[in-house]
Write a protein that binds this ligand. Structure first.
Ligand code: NAD
Length: 348
């Protein structure tokens, strides 16, 4: 099955909502397309002395509510359509949370896992040099997303400040605390999702203290979600995965120990006393709560009929296709949508 185009998915979701809301057709037409997008080529000196030209994007989807806001993703499978979709979803998210911000997103096609620290720094700085004129504290404010982190935000802020000739802490969020980062930002995305989950169970008859949870993706969103679901809500985390595969144990996992194992070995796989499972199997586990916290389009019409969770808390952006959404709805699965469930980060 070919993967759905994320931007077509975002447009179909909008069309569906426009019908329900009886949205003014003129507004609908404006919201269906990005306001502005920038494609850049980034020549970066690699450690072996050669130049590699990376492809990068920044999409400013809509700024009607204020400066645009959205993360920067470094990923080998990044496409302009993924960035467009993520920028559209940021627009809906900021509006839903009533933040004075529009929506944007950025991305660079690269594999950070195969790059040295020096190469990553030069790429981060090259990206800012290329998009400098288009961003700024009152124009467009980037943040971290998949495979970018506070260190990368710090390099980017520093590069922007160098060009501006003065410190510009406000140009980027998700920085280290010592460089003007916000306290609480680290786990804010997950914490927001946990609050949504706490409210969702009131409608779904799930007892959090007895609930089992599976988490797909173990980065910023996934790790903190697992940690907080256990420590704040008292849930049992029975499965966790990352890009290399997953682990399962009925006895329940200690999220902090799994994180330490991942830091040491590069993955959650082979964590002691667990059974190996695939990412596909994780989604279909017999659990109360499923937390997709990795990438988009993982719950499709093909596997949606097999989802057994009572609640799907979407911490990833766009994990469920519109067709899968219909199936889950018919099957009585309570989906808490991404643009509500993962809005804690941008809110902080
Ligand atoms: P991250 O880079 O910190 O972590 C990503 C995790 O996903 C890693 O553990 C990685 O191994 C795993 N992963 C990658 N490909 C995978 C695959 N094919 N199958 C299973 N796991 C895979 O990224 P993050 O910031 O946690 O972002 C995760 C999701 O949450 C994304 O959809 C992102 O847009 C969304 N999100 C993040 C934030 C935030 O504040 N970080 C805010 C809102 C939404």
């Amino acid at each position: 099955m070919t993967k759905p185009n994320p931007f077509e998915v975002a447009q179909r979701q909008l069309d569906e909502c426009a019908k329900i809301l009886r949205l003014d057709p003129d507004i609908h037409a404006i919201l269906r397309v990005p306001a502005r997008e920038l494609h850049v080529s980034l020549p970066v000196r690699m450690d072996d002395g050669t130049i590699h030209v990376f492809q990068g994007f920044r999409v400013q989807y809509n700024d009607a509510r204020g400066p645009t806001k959205g993360g920067i993703r470094f990923h080998p499978d990044e496409t302009i359509d993924t960035v467009r979709a993520l920028a559209a979803w940021m627009t809906w998210k900021c509006a839903l949370l009533n933040l004075p911000l529009g929506g944007a997103k950025g991305g660079v096609v690269c594999n950070p896992k195969e790059m040295s620290r020096g190469e990553l720094e030069r790429l981060s700085r090259a990206y800012i040099q290329a998009i400098y004129r288009f961003i700024g504290p009152d124009k467009d404010i980037p943040a971290p997303d998949v495979y970018t982190n506070p260190q990368i935000m710090a390099w980017m802020m520093d590069e922007y400040s160098k060009i501006a000739g003065k410190n510009q802490f406000g140009v980027i969020t998700g920085k280290p605390l010592s460089l003007g980062g916000s306290a609480g930002r680290d786990d804010a995305t997950a914490r927001g999702g946990i609050f949504i989950l706490r409210e969702a169970v009131k409608e779904c008859g799930v007892d959090l203290k007895k609930a089992t949870v599976a988490v797909q993706g173990y980065g910023n969103a996934g790790y903190h979600a697992a940690y907080l679901a256990k420590s704040l809500l008292g849930c049992k985390i029975v499965a966790i995965s990352d890009s290399k595969g997953g682990i399962f144990t009925e006895k329940g996992l200690d999220p902090e120990q799994v994180r330490k194992h991942k830091t040491k070995t590069g993955s959650v796989i082979n964590f002691p006393n667990t059974k190996a499972i695939s990412n596909e199997e994780l989604l279909e586990l017999e659990v109360d709560i499923l937390i997709p916290a990795a990438l988009e389009n993982v719950i499709t019409e093909k596997n949606a009929p097999n989802i057994k969770a009572k609640i799907v808390a979407e911490l990833a952006n766009g994990p469920t296709t519109p067709e899968a959404d219909d199936v889950l709805y018919k099957n009585g699965v309570h989906v808490r949508a991404d643009f509500l469930c993962n809005a804690g980060g941008v809110t902080v």
